[in-house]
Design a protein around this ligand. Structure first.
Ligand code: NAD
Length: 278
C-alpha cells in the first residue's frame, strides 16, 4: 500500500499517515514499532518526553529498512528551550534513536510563560542547518506564537502538530497554516479514545456505508482534509486497520457532516490548552 506524501516547505516529503508512540512504555516501544513497520508504516512520531526513543531506535535498527525510506519525528521537551540546550537535547535524542539525523524536529509546546519558544525556534533552525534534522517545525503553537516566530526569524515552521479531530478543528490555526504554507499534523486524531467520536451518527453512518470501522472513517477524514496523521495503537489488528484506509473515499457530503462535529468553542478538547501548559 502506498501512503501519499505531502511536500513540506523545507523541500522534503512526509508520508501523510504514520504511527504515533505517545504513552507507549519504553519496554513496549520496540515491539510496537517493529509491528508497525511490518504492517507498512514508514513514519514514526515520538518525543524525548515519551521516554521511548531507544525502543523506537532499536526497532528501526532491527528492521533493516533503509534510512531514506523512513520518516522519524522527535520533539524538544519544554525544559530545554533556553540557551544552547536544544543543541544538547537533539544530540541526546539522536543517540537514543541510533540515528544520524531525524526527519522532523519540533518544539513540543510554546510554554509562553517561560518566553523561550522563540529561542527554541532559532536553535531548531541551527539544528536544521547542521543537518541533524531535515525539517523543523513546532507543536501546540497558536497563531500568536507562530506570528512571533515569523516576525523574529522570517521562517515559517514546516508543520504545527496540534490536537485536532472532528470535535476540535482549531480553525484559526488552520487558517494561519493555509496563508503561510505550513502543514498541519493532527495529534489525538481519534480523540485519544476520550471523546466519543465513534458514536457520532455522521461517523457511524459513514462506517456502515463503506463497510469500515468508525476509526477508519475518522482517519480517512483527516487524510481527505489534508492533515498529516499518526494514530496510536499497541494492538496489531488496530495498527493494520488504521493503515488500511486507502480502499475507500468519503464523498463530500460525508466529509461535511463530520466537519459539522466541530464544537467551535474548544469544548471538544481532550488534551491541555497550549496557554495552560508551562
Ligand atoms: P489517538 O487519537 O491516536 O488515540 C489513541 C487511542 O485511540 C488508542 O490508545 C486506542 O485507545 C484508540 N484507538 C486506536 N486505534 C483504534 C481503532 N482502530 N479502533 C478503536 N480505537 C482505537 O491519540 P494519541 O496517541 O494521543 O495521538 C496520536 C499521536 O499523536 C501520539 O501517539 C503522539 O505521537 C502524538 N501526540 C502528540 C502530542 C503533542 O503534544 N505534540 C500530544 C499527544 C499525542
Amino acid at each position: 500500500m502506498t501512503v501519499p506524501t505531502i511536500n513540506l516547505n523545507s523541500g522534503h516529503a512526509i508520508p501523510q499517515l504514520g504511527f504515533g508512540v505517545f504513552k507507549v512504555p519504553a519496554d513496549e516501544a520496540e515491539k510496537a514499532v517493529t509491528s508497525a513497520l511490518e504492517v507498512g508504516y514508514r513514519h514514526i512520531d515520538t518525543a524525548a518526553i515519551y521516554g521511548n526513543e531507544e525502543g523506537v531506535g532499536a526497532a528501526i535498527a532491527k528492521s533493516g529498512i533503509p534510512r531514506d525510506e523512513l520518516f522519524v519525528t522527535t520533539k524538544l521537551w519544554n525544559d530545554r528551550q533556553a540557551g544552547e540546550e536544544p543543541h544538547a537535547a537533539i544530540r541526546e535524542s539522536l543517540e537514543k534513536l541510533g540515528l544520524e539525523y531525524v526527519d522532523l524536529y519540533l518544539t513540543h509546546w510554546p510554554t509562553p510563560e517561560k518566553d523561550t519558544y522563540v529561542n527554541a525556534w532559532q536553535k531548531l533552525l541551527e539544528i536544521r542547518d547542521q543537518g541533524l534534522s531535515r525539517s523543523v517545525g513546532v507543536s501546540n503553537h497558536l497563531p500568536e506564537h507562530l506570528d512571533r516566530l515569523v516576525e523574529e526569524t522570517g521562517v515559517v515552521p514546516a508543520v504545527d502538530q496540534i490536537e485536532l479531530h472532528p470535535a476540535l478543528q482549531q480553525r484559526d490555526v488552520l487558517e494561519w497554516a493555509g496563508k503561510n504554507g505550513m502543514h498541519i499534523e493532527s495529534w489525538g486524531p481519534l480523540g485519544q479514545g476520550k471523546y466519543p467520536l465513534f458514536e457520532e451518527s455522521s461517523v457511524a453512518d459513514a462506517a456502515s456505508a463503506h463497510g469500515v470501522t468508525p476509526a477508519q472513517v475518522v482517519i480517512r477524514w483527516h487524510l481527505q482534509r489534508g492533515f498529516i496523521v499518526f494514530p496510536k495503537s499497541t494492538h496489531r489488528e488496530r495498527m493494520e486497520q488504521n493503515f488500511d484506509v486507502f480502499g475507500f473515499e468519503l464523498p463530500a457530503d460525508e466529509v461535511a457532516a463530520i466537519d459539522a462535529l466541530d464544537k467551535g468553542d474548544g469544548s471538544g478538547r481532550v488534551g491541555t490548552h497550549p496557554l495552560e501548559f508551562n
